[in-house]
Write a protein of this length. Structure first.
Length: 647
């Protein structure tokens, strides 16, 4: 009986276990069915999209960068295709060992290794970085035969930027360089981030930087079907990139080169404008640099040579170099006096060769000029006349008149990096100094402002802009280097929009007085020897500005001073007088008297622009040495002179 009961109990327990297992199996199948329902019905669209994305890869197609041309169609920046040997550090087993092994197949210079190391420091480990560029066909073949030995190393066909004229116009044209981390973060924060997928280079300076959006173009995309290993199987879709537009400049690159040659080894800046529109005809900063050095990443030696040079070749002196304008400021002081009613142009002031004010003697011409009215004061550059005029006007009146002319202001030029300089006022000094005793404006500080010294410090772009206002009769135009843009697809050429000129409201008779005085400078004044025999009329003003301050009783003697401490040579002019077509301002650093170094360059610029003449080789050499007045030798026709285009 007990055995029967035990058997029945075992059967009951078995059935219970069987029921539990059956229920568990049913629950499991129910869960599987529910999960299948979720995957097949609820999440079908999402999972189908993910599956498709795993099967496909979206590859950006980097657009060809637009060209840069001068006003006559000369190519200033373009592209070429070449093979590049690249390493992806995250995929290479040992980067140093890989480079050493690659050196046995293709030539890798120490500078290539240094550049690669710097790129590694600036990039992510999964970025593809060039170790060698511009491989020959033979080098490509040698590597291809042993490609299997080098995981993470590939040969790629890439477009490279090139500047065919090398150093000519480099500060205006600018250059491109590899995108650094800060630039990547800035791009990611913009609406244009998607357009830079796959892009490694951006404009860093000059037109390349200012017109980056135009030159870059629109990135395309390629949709590829991929295998499980991530290899491309076939192309599904292709949306080609749109090349960047061609930027056509107002600059005449042949004029630019001529001026750079006329400077020789000297430092300085020149800006030439069309006073009728604000177009920049030449924007020179000397010394220059070769922008091709930066395209593939500049090596350490070249960077140190440029960055540590006492001559500062990377400084764009036309936009960022600030200097006292010296006597080139006097015509604007005269115009201010006429407009504000501070001085009658016929009033004669005695110039004994000095000016006494506040117990201090301010020197003028040795021996003095005697009685001078406004015209003679400009023509023969009387310091005494303008010392007294500055005192009569006061610093704030000078400031308020000069600011609309562009002095001490951002001109709005379509190039980045320009600086304001200093147009002093009592308010400026109060904000510029921390010590209470330095914040006060002293009357004696006003005196030197009248001759373009003291706190005055302007760029050559500002001086050229003011000169163009005198030339065109009182209208201020925004300077600009870009003239038009040519669409890469349609070929349509569209002018670059610029603001309309702003009339400053000067009285024509006041402008005529100043312009006549400036014409007298080149006819019988300080510029007469330079412009002798010119078949056109011109107006200009020489200037000599101190590079360093001298003690009260110290007389200037160039022979006793270091070269970088000597006076600067300046000249500002326009021509022809009756219908001005060009206005120029320039400085030759530490070169002395304005008529000796700066004015001869302007004469050649006017001959080029108005007569189509290019100076002889002997004349260029004489000007570069500071030993020229009127042109010597037989000038050449501009169209006969060839530019030194690099292969």
């Amino acid at each position: 009986m007990d055995e029967l009961r035990n058997a029945q109990a075992d059967v009951g327990r078995f059935r219970l276990r069987l029921a539990a297992v059956g229920a568990l199996v049913l629950v499991a199948f129910a869960l599987i069915a529910w999960r299948l329902y979720v995957l097949q019905v609820v999440r079908y669209d999402d999972l189908a999209e993910q599956a498709e994305s795993n099967r496909t890869a979206v590859v950006p197609i980097v657009p060809m960068r637009g060209e840069i041309l001068d006003r006559n169609g000369v190519v200033l920046a373009t592209n070429y295709s070449a093979y590049t040997l690249e390493i992806t550090p995250s995929r290479a087993l040992d980067v140093d060992a890989t480079i050493a092994a690659l050196s046995t197949i293709v030539e890798i210079q120490p500078r290539d290794k240094r550049r690669f190391k710097r790129l590694m420091d600036e990039s992510r480990r999964f970025d593809s970085l060039p170790i060698r560029t511009r491989l020959t066909d033979e080098e490509v073949a040698r590597f291809a035969a042993q490609h299997w030995r080098f995981p993470g190393v590939e040969i790629k066909a890439r477009l490279f930027r090139t500047y065919p004229l090398g150093e000519i116009g480099s500060h205006a044209i600018g250059y491109i360089g590899r995108i650094n981390q800060k630039e990547k973060e800035r791009i990611e924060d913009t609406d244009d981030a998607a357009n830079y997928r796959g892009t490694d280079y951006v404009g860093k300076l000059g037109v390349e930087q200012s017109y980056e959006a135009t030159l870059h173009g629109q990135t395309g995309v390629e949709l590829l079907e991929t295998s499980a290993g991530g290899y491309a199987v076939r192309r599904l879709e292709n949306h080609p990139a749109t090349p960047g537009g061609t930027v056509i400049l107002s600059i005449d690159i042949k004029l630019q080169k001529m001026v750079e040659d006329l400077y020789g080894d000297r430092r300085g800046a020149l800006v030439a404008l069309d006073p009728r529109s604000g177009e920049v005809l030449a924007l020179v900063s000397k010394p220059t640099f070769d922008p091709n050095l930066f395209v593939e990443g500049i090596d350490q030696e070249s960077w140190q040579a440029l960055n540590e040079s006492i001559d500062k070749p990377l400084l764009n002196r036309a936009l960022r170099g600030t200097y006292p304008p010296g006597s080139t400021y006097k015509p604007f002081m005269a115009l201010a006096a006429l407009q504000l009613g501070k001085r009658d142009p016929r009033l004669v002031i005695n110039d004994p060769g000095y000016f006494n004010f506040g117990g201090r003697t301010f020197r003028s011409h040795e021996g003095g000029l005697g009685g001078v009215d406004m015209t003679r004061a400009i023509q023969y550059s009387s310091n005494t006349y303008f010392y007294s005029l500055a005192v009569d006007m006061g610093v704030n009146a000078i400031h308020d008149f000069m600011a609309p002319l562009g002095f001490g202001q951002l001109t709005g030029i379509d190039l980045g990096g320009e600086v304001r300089g200093i147009l002093p006022s009592t308010e400026w000094k109060k904000n510029a100094y921390k010590r209470a005793e330095m914040k006060k404006w002293f009357p004696g500080e006003t005196v030197s402002l009248g001759i373009g010294q003291g706190y005055n410090s302007f760029t050559m772009l500002q001086l050229a802009l003011a000169e163009s206002v005198l030339a065109n009769g009182g209208t201020r135009y925004t300077p600009h280097v870009a003239r038009s843009v040519r669409d890469a697809v349609t070929g349509a050429v569209t002018p670059v929009p610029m603001p309309a000129g702003e009339a400053l409201g000067f009285r024509p008779r006041d402008l005529d007085i100043v312009r006549s005085a400036l014409a007298a400078v080149n006819q019988a004044g300080t510029g007469r020897r330079i412009f002798a025999g010119a078949p056109y009329s011109s107006a200009g003003k020489t200037g000599t500005a101190q590079a360093v301050s001298l003690g009260r009783n110290v007389r200037y003697n160039a022979r006793l001073m270091e070269e970088h401490q000597r006076d600067h040579s300046l000249f500002a002019a326009f021509a022809p007088l009756e219908d001005p077509q060009i206005a120029v301002a320039l400085i030759v650093e530490n070169a002395g008297f304005g008529a000796a170094a700066a004015a001869p360059i302007v004469r050649r610029v006017f001959d080029y622009w108005l007569l189509g003449q290019y100076p002889s080789e002997e004349d260029i050499a004489a000007v570069a040495r500071g030993q020229a007045t009127v042109p010597i030798g037989t000038p050449r026709r501009v169209d006969e002179v060839e530019l030194p285009v690099r292969p």
